[in-house]
Design a binder for this molecule. Structure first.
Ligand code: FAD
Length: 228
Protein backbone atom coordinates (compact mmCIF):
# COMPACT_ATOMS: atom_id res chain seq x y z
CA UNK A 1 0.00 0.00 0.00
CA UNK A 2 1.32 3.45 -0.94
CA UNK A 3 0.31 6.42 1.18
CA UNK A 4 1.11 10.05 0.36
CA UNK A 5 0.93 12.66 3.11
CA UNK A 6 0.87 16.38 2.26
CA UNK A 7 2.57 18.51 4.87
CA UNK A 8 2.88 22.27 4.94
CA UNK A 9 5.55 24.17 6.84
CA UNK A 10 3.85 27.04 8.65
CA UNK A 11 4.95 29.88 10.95
CA UNK A 12 4.64 28.88 14.62
CA UNK A 13 2.27 31.68 15.43
CA UNK A 14 -1.35 32.59 15.04
CA UNK A 15 -0.39 36.26 14.58
CA UNK A 16 0.37 36.06 10.90
CA UNK A 17 1.49 39.34 9.29
CA UNK A 18 0.78 40.22 5.67
CA UNK A 19 3.15 42.09 3.36
CA UNK A 20 1.01 45.11 2.32
CA UNK A 21 2.51 45.23 -1.16
CA UNK A 22 2.54 41.57 -2.22
CA UNK A 23 -0.42 40.63 0.05
CA UNK A 24 1.43 37.42 0.96
CA UNK A 25 2.43 36.16 4.40
CA UNK A 26 5.59 37.49 6.03
CA UNK A 27 7.51 34.39 7.12
CA UNK A 28 10.91 35.95 7.89
CA UNK A 29 12.03 35.76 11.51
CA UNK A 30 9.23 33.44 12.58
CA UNK A 31 10.02 29.87 13.69
CA UNK A 32 8.55 27.30 11.32
CA UNK A 33 6.81 24.05 12.25
CA UNK A 34 4.89 21.27 10.53
CA UNK A 35 1.26 22.35 10.37
CA UNK A 36 -0.41 20.63 13.38
CA UNK A 37 -3.22 18.85 11.46
CA UNK A 38 -0.59 17.53 9.03
CA UNK A 39 1.15 15.76 11.92
CA UNK A 40 -2.15 13.94 12.59
CA UNK A 41 -2.26 13.06 8.88
CA UNK A 42 1.28 11.70 9.08
CA UNK A 43 0.56 9.79 12.30
CA UNK A 44 -2.43 8.11 10.62
CA UNK A 45 -0.20 7.03 7.73
CA UNK A 46 2.49 5.74 10.11
CA UNK A 47 -0.09 3.73 12.07
CA UNK A 48 -1.19 2.10 8.80
CA UNK A 49 2.50 1.47 8.06
CA UNK A 50 2.91 -0.20 11.48
CA UNK A 51 -0.10 -2.45 10.77
CA UNK A 52 0.34 -3.25 7.08
CA UNK A 53 3.88 -2.30 6.07
CA UNK A 54 2.56 0.55 3.92
CA UNK A 55 5.12 2.80 2.18
CA UNK A 56 4.73 6.39 3.36
CA UNK A 57 5.77 9.32 1.17
CA UNK A 58 5.61 12.92 2.40
CA UNK A 59 5.21 15.88 0.10
CA UNK A 60 5.63 19.58 0.75
CA UNK A 61 5.50 22.58 -1.55
CA UNK A 62 7.48 25.53 -0.30
CA UNK A 63 10.88 27.21 -0.20
CA UNK A 64 14.05 25.15 0.46
CA UNK A 65 13.65 25.71 4.22
CA UNK A 66 10.60 23.40 4.10
CA UNK A 67 13.20 20.60 3.98
CA UNK A 68 13.31 20.86 7.79
CA UNK A 69 9.65 19.80 7.96
CA UNK A 70 10.40 16.85 5.67
CA UNK A 71 13.40 15.82 7.80
CA UNK A 72 11.18 15.76 10.88
CA UNK A 73 8.54 13.67 9.06
CA UNK A 74 11.21 11.20 7.95
CA UNK A 75 12.58 10.98 11.50
CA UNK A 76 9.06 10.15 12.66
CA UNK A 77 9.01 7.18 10.27
CA UNK A 78 8.10 8.27 6.72
CA UNK A 79 10.03 6.41 4.00
CA UNK A 80 10.57 9.08 1.34
CA UNK A 81 10.07 12.82 0.97
CA UNK A 82 9.61 15.23 -1.92
CA UNK A 83 10.12 18.97 -1.73
CA UNK A 84 8.24 20.75 -4.52
CA UNK A 85 10.13 23.97 -4.93
CA UNK A 86 10.58 26.48 -7.73
CA UNK A 87 10.46 30.27 -7.98
CA UNK A 88 7.69 29.78 -10.58
CA UNK A 89 5.47 28.34 -7.80
CA UNK A 90 5.84 31.50 -5.61
CA UNK A 91 2.65 33.45 -4.98
CA UNK A 92 0.41 30.43 -5.56
CA UNK A 93 -3.01 30.54 -3.89
CA UNK A 94 -4.92 27.39 -2.91
CA UNK A 95 -6.01 26.65 -6.51
CA UNK A 96 -2.46 26.89 -7.82
CA UNK A 97 -1.00 25.06 -4.79
CA UNK A 98 -3.40 22.14 -5.25
CA UNK A 99 -2.70 22.13 -9.02
CA UNK A 100 1.03 21.80 -8.33
CA UNK A 101 0.62 19.18 -5.57
CA UNK A 102 -1.73 17.08 -7.74
CA UNK A 103 0.79 17.22 -10.62
CA UNK A 104 3.60 16.20 -8.23
CA UNK A 105 1.52 13.27 -6.97
CA UNK A 106 0.93 12.14 -10.55
CA UNK A 107 4.68 12.36 -11.15
CA UNK A 108 5.46 10.31 -8.01
CA UNK A 109 3.13 7.65 -9.37
CA UNK A 110 1.05 4.91 -7.84
CA UNK A 111 -0.81 5.72 -4.63
CA UNK A 112 -3.68 4.17 -2.69
CA UNK A 113 -4.35 6.86 -0.14
CA UNK A 114 -3.55 10.57 0.19
CA UNK A 115 -3.83 12.12 3.64
CA UNK A 116 -3.78 15.88 4.20
CA UNK A 117 -4.39 17.96 7.27
CA UNK A 118 -7.82 19.56 7.46
CA UNK A 119 -6.49 23.09 7.52
CA UNK A 120 -3.24 25.05 7.66
CA UNK A 121 -2.88 27.42 10.64
CA UNK A 122 -1.62 30.27 8.44
CA UNK A 123 -3.71 30.20 5.25
CA UNK A 124 -6.59 28.55 7.13
CA UNK A 125 -8.78 27.81 4.12
CA UNK A 126 -9.09 23.98 4.31
CA UNK A 127 -9.30 24.03 0.51
CA UNK A 128 -6.10 22.35 -0.63
CA UNK A 129 -6.97 18.73 0.31
CA UNK A 130 -10.39 18.77 -1.38
CA UNK A 131 -8.93 20.53 -4.43
CA UNK A 132 -6.21 17.88 -4.83
CA UNK A 133 -8.91 15.17 -4.74
CA UNK A 134 -10.90 17.00 -7.41
CA UNK A 135 -7.87 17.50 -9.65
CA UNK A 136 -6.97 13.79 -9.34
CA UNK A 137 -10.64 12.79 -9.73
CA UNK A 138 -10.69 10.58 -6.63
CA UNK A 139 -13.20 10.39 -3.75
CA UNK A 140 -12.51 12.39 -0.58
CA UNK A 141 -13.59 12.37 3.05
CA UNK A 142 -12.75 15.49 5.03
CA UNK A 143 -12.51 16.01 8.85
CA UNK A 144 -11.56 12.39 9.65
CA UNK A 145 -11.51 11.49 13.36
CA UNK A 146 -11.16 7.73 12.75
CA UNK A 147 -9.57 5.92 9.83
CA UNK A 148 -9.40 2.17 9.31
CA UNK A 149 -8.29 0.06 6.41
CA UNK A 150 -10.67 -2.72 5.40
CA UNK A 151 -9.28 -4.68 2.46
CA UNK A 152 -9.37 -2.45 -0.59
CA UNK A 153 -11.52 0.13 1.20
CA UNK A 154 -11.23 2.59 4.05
CA UNK A 155 -13.77 3.25 6.78
CA UNK A 156 -13.73 6.85 7.92
CA UNK A 157 -15.57 8.55 10.76
CA UNK A 158 -16.06 12.18 9.81
CA UNK A 159 -16.71 14.78 12.50
CA UNK A 160 -18.51 17.86 11.29
CA UNK A 161 -20.79 20.36 13.05
CA UNK A 162 -20.95 18.27 16.26
CA UNK A 163 -22.02 15.11 14.46
CA UNK A 164 -20.22 11.93 13.37
CA UNK A 165 -20.74 10.52 9.90
CA UNK A 166 -19.43 7.13 8.79
CA UNK A 167 -18.17 6.53 5.28
CA UNK A 168 -16.85 3.51 3.44
CA UNK A 169 -14.75 4.52 0.47
CA UNK A 170 -12.93 2.57 -2.23
CA UNK A 171 -9.27 3.31 -2.85
CA UNK A 172 -7.58 5.38 -4.14
CA UNK A 173 -9.04 8.18 -2.03
CA UNK A 174 -8.07 11.34 -0.15
CA UNK A 175 -8.77 11.97 3.52
CA UNK A 176 -8.20 15.13 5.55
CA UNK A 177 -7.27 14.71 9.22
CA UNK A 178 -8.39 16.56 12.34
CA UNK A 179 -6.56 16.50 15.67
CA UNK A 180 -9.04 14.03 17.20
CA UNK A 181 -7.79 11.36 14.77
CA UNK A 182 -4.82 10.29 16.89
CA UNK A 183 -2.00 11.20 19.24
CA UNK A 184 1.10 12.18 17.30
CA UNK A 185 4.35 10.30 17.98
CA UNK A 186 7.72 11.99 18.48
CA UNK A 187 10.66 11.31 16.16
CA UNK A 188 12.76 8.47 17.63
CA UNK A 189 16.57 8.54 17.97
CA UNK A 190 16.94 5.70 15.43
CA UNK A 191 14.79 7.67 12.98
CA UNK A 192 16.83 10.84 13.48
CA UNK A 193 20.12 8.99 12.84
CA UNK A 194 18.71 7.31 9.73
CA UNK A 195 17.58 10.59 8.24
CA UNK A 196 20.74 12.57 8.95
CA UNK A 197 22.86 9.81 7.39
CA UNK A 198 20.66 9.42 4.28
CA UNK A 199 19.24 12.90 3.72
CA UNK A 200 20.30 13.07 0.07
CA UNK A 201 18.61 9.75 -0.79
CA UNK A 202 15.50 10.30 1.26
CA UNK A 203 14.59 13.82 0.08
CA UNK A 204 14.09 14.54 -3.60
CA UNK A 205 13.48 18.05 -4.91
CA UNK A 206 10.99 18.44 -7.77
CA UNK A 207 10.96 21.68 -9.76
CA UNK A 208 8.68 23.08 -12.47
CA UNK A 209 10.61 21.11 -15.10
CA UNK A 210 10.02 17.80 -13.28
CA UNK A 211 6.23 17.90 -13.26
CA UNK A 212 3.60 18.26 -15.94
CA UNK A 213 1.71 21.42 -15.07
CA UNK A 214 0.10 24.20 -17.08
CA UNK A 215 2.20 27.33 -16.40
CA UNK A 216 -0.92 29.52 -16.67
CA UNK A 217 -2.44 27.76 -13.61
CA UNK A 218 0.40 28.35 -11.11
CA UNK A 219 2.16 31.18 -9.28
CA UNK A 220 0.66 34.65 -8.84
CA UNK A 221 -0.62 34.78 -12.45
CA UNK A 222 -2.38 31.42 -12.13
CA UNK A 223 -4.01 32.31 -8.80
CA UNK A 224 -7.63 33.46 -9.03
CA UNK A 225 -7.71 34.62 -5.36
CA UNK A 226 -7.34 38.33 -4.66
CA UNK A 227 -6.37 39.48 -1.17
CA UNK A 228 -7.81 42.88 -0.16
P1 FAD B 1 -5.27 24.60 3.67
O1 FAD B 1 -6.12 24.45 2.46
O2 FAD B 1 -5.92 25.06 4.93
O3 FAD B 1 -4.43 23.27 3.90
C1 FAD B 1 -5.08 22.02 3.98
C2 FAD B 1 -4.03 20.95 3.88
O4 FAD B 1 -3.48 20.92 2.56
C3 FAD B 1 -2.83 21.12 4.79
O5 FAD B 1 -3.14 20.71 6.10
C4 FAD B 1 -1.80 20.26 4.10
O6 FAD B 1 -2.04 18.89 4.34
C5 FAD B 1 -2.10 20.54 2.63
N1 FAD B 1 -1.27 21.63 2.14
C6 FAD B 1 -1.58 22.93 2.05
N2 FAD B 1 -0.54 23.62 1.54
C7 FAD B 1 0.45 22.73 1.32
C8 FAD B 1 1.77 22.83 0.82
N3 FAD B 1 2.30 24.00 0.44
N4 FAD B 1 2.51 21.70 0.71
C9 FAD B 1 2.00 20.50 1.09
N5 FAD B 1 0.74 20.35 1.59
C10 FAD B 1 -0.01 21.46 1.69
N6 FAD B 1 1.87 30.77 0.34
C11 FAD B 1 3.19 30.57 0.26
O7 FAD B 1 3.72 29.72 0.99
N7 FAD B 1 3.99 31.27 -0.60
C12 FAD B 1 3.43 32.22 -1.43
O8 FAD B 1 4.13 32.85 -2.21
C13 FAD B 1 2.02 32.44 -1.37
N8 FAD B 1 1.41 33.35 -2.17
C14 FAD B 1 0.07 33.53 -2.12
C15 FAD B 1 -0.54 34.44 -2.97
C16 FAD B 1 -1.93 34.64 -2.93
C17 FAD B 1 -2.56 35.61 -3.88
C18 FAD B 1 -2.68 33.94 -1.99
C19 FAD B 1 -4.16 34.15 -1.90
C20 FAD B 1 -2.09 33.04 -1.14
C21 FAD B 1 -0.71 32.81 -1.19
N9 FAD B 1 -0.06 31.92 -0.36
C22 FAD B 1 1.26 31.68 -0.46
C23 FAD B 1 -0.80 31.14 0.58
C24 FAD B 1 -1.16 29.85 -0.09
O9 FAD B 1 -2.15 30.02 -1.04
C25 FAD B 1 -1.73 28.94 0.92
O10 FAD B 1 -0.96 28.93 2.09
C26 FAD B 1 -1.69 27.54 0.36
O11 FAD B 1 -2.37 27.51 -0.86
C27 FAD B 1 -2.38 26.59 1.27
O12 FAD B 1 -3.63 27.08 1.63
P2 FAD B 1 -3.98 27.07 3.14
O13 FAD B 1 -2.81 27.60 3.88
O14 FAD B 1 -5.29 27.71 3.33
O15 FAD B 1 -4.03 25.51 3.38
Amino acid sequence: MNIIVCIKQVPNTSEVKINPETKTLIRDGVESIINPDDKNALEAALELKDKTGAYVTVLSMGPMQAKDALLEALAMGADKAYLISDRKFGGSDTWATATILAAAIEKIGKFDLIICGRQAIDGDTAQVGPEIAEFLDIPQVTYAKKLELDGGKIRVKRFCEAKDYEFEVGLPALVTAIKELNTVRYPCVKGIFKVYNNEEDMIEVLTFDDIVVDASQIGIKGSPTNVH
